[in-house]
Write a protein that binds this ligand. Structure first.
Ligand code: DOR
Ligand code: ZN
Length: 345
């Protein structure tokens, strides 16, 4: 049985760092193990232009613990007012790695997102020309569509037409949660990748609802049936280069989660790599972990893998804290529901 595994340092291709006291509290959790992360722009107000990105990036760098070797890869929040020329300039300067598309109303701080996709056509065409990736929150927001169907409906009604209308546009389907998402990526070889979160590899919808409502398992897209979780594990552990890790670690203070109307988001930065090693080990695919966590995402984004490595060592269960204390309140760490044996160094 494998006892140690050394892999290139992983990257997180979808991360929420927030701002201010919350960021100060959660950033060290990611910087401890990860080399780079795609940082989501859904602050309040959102990160919509080069000046916002520059200032946010500076705040992240200033909040890093001393000696940390971590590079934030920045994103711009796509609105119906986004100017294609600004996007091209931000890409050209290297300031921005990707653009994020939130359908308006789909999730936390998405009110400034896109309502009419025709209004962003010009931006998408420029992005296709310059090769800038679009990260997509893939859920429709129509009230009549059941929340468990919103991803599958988005693929048919929005994503596929949008990709056909914009040939060459490089798209990352963020945090896929369904067998439909896996199948769509698997069938479309060109210009398409998908991130998968740690928690969607581990929980299904029963974890949220059986035996009481568990707010710390609530996120968007919401976890689906077990058959979908199994499809995600197969995709993540397959080694297929189009699937890569995006934790979607999304901290909310406990008071905001444990509420009559709790926020969506699961905070997994602290123990993600130990969780993933358990998932890959259970699937007898530990040798694919490096591709999922460290190689495939970098290749999609046209970047070299990190030069240094981390080592995972199997031993007695690792004890991660149950909560992280931040200046914005305690944040509960994702509980996978099983012991974690893989230590990260
Ligand atoms: O669960 C989620 N939380 N899903 C998202 O898409 C956004 C995120 C957040 O920002 O809290
Ligand atoms: Zn997210």
């Amino acid at each position: 049985m494998t006892r140690t595994l050394t892999i290139r340092r992983p990257d997180d291709w979808h991360l929420h760092l927030r701002d201010g006291a919350m960021m100060q509290g959660v950033l060290p959790e990611t910087a401890r193990h990860f080399g780079r992360a795609i940082v989501m722009p859904n602050l309040v107000p959102p990160v919509v232009n080069a000046a916002d990105v520059t200032a946010y990036r500076d705040r992240i760098l200033a909040a890093l613990p001393q000696g940390a070797d971590f590079t934030p890869l920045m994103t711009l929040y796509l609105t119906e007012q986004t100017d294609p020329a600004d996007i091209a300039a931000a890409h050209e300067s290297g300031l921005v790695t990707a653009v994020k598309l939130y359908p308006a109303g789909a999730t936390t701080n998405s009110a400034s997102g896109v309502r009419a996709f025709d209004k962003v056509r010009g931006v998408l065409e420029v992005m296709a020309e310059i090769g800038m990736p679009l990260c997509v929150h893939g859920e429709v927001t129509d009230t009549e569509v059941d929340i468990f169907d919103r991803e599958a409906v988005f693929i048919d009604r929005v994503l596929d037409p949008l990709r056909r209308a914009t040939p060459g546009l490089r798209v990352v389907m963020e945090h896929i949660t369904t067998a439909d998402g896996v199948a769509y990526v698997a069938d479309h070889h060109k210009d398409l990748g998908a991130t998968i979160t740690t928690h969607h590899l581990i929980i299904n919808r029963n974890h949220i609802l059986v035996g009481g409502i568990r707010p710390h398992y609530y996120c968007l897209p919401v976890a689906k049936r077990e058959k979908h979780r199994i499809a995600l594990v197969e995709a993540a552990t397959s080694g297929d280069r189009r699937f890569f890790l995006g934790t979607d670690s999304a901290p909310h203070a406990d008071a905001a989660k444990e509420s009559a109307c709790g926020c969506a988001g699961i905070f997994s930065a602290t123990n993600t790599l130990s969780c993933l090693a358990e998932v890959f080990e259970a699937a007898d695919k530990l040798d694919s972990l490096e591709r999922f966590a460290s190689l495939n995402g970098a290749a999609f984004y046209g970047l070299e893998p990190n030069a240094d490595t981390i080592t995972l060592t199997r031993g007695d269960p690792v004890h991660y804290p149950e909560k992280i204390d931040t200046g914005a309140g305690p944040v509960t760490v994702f509980d996978p529901g099983f012991p974690l044996h893989w230590h990260v160094s």
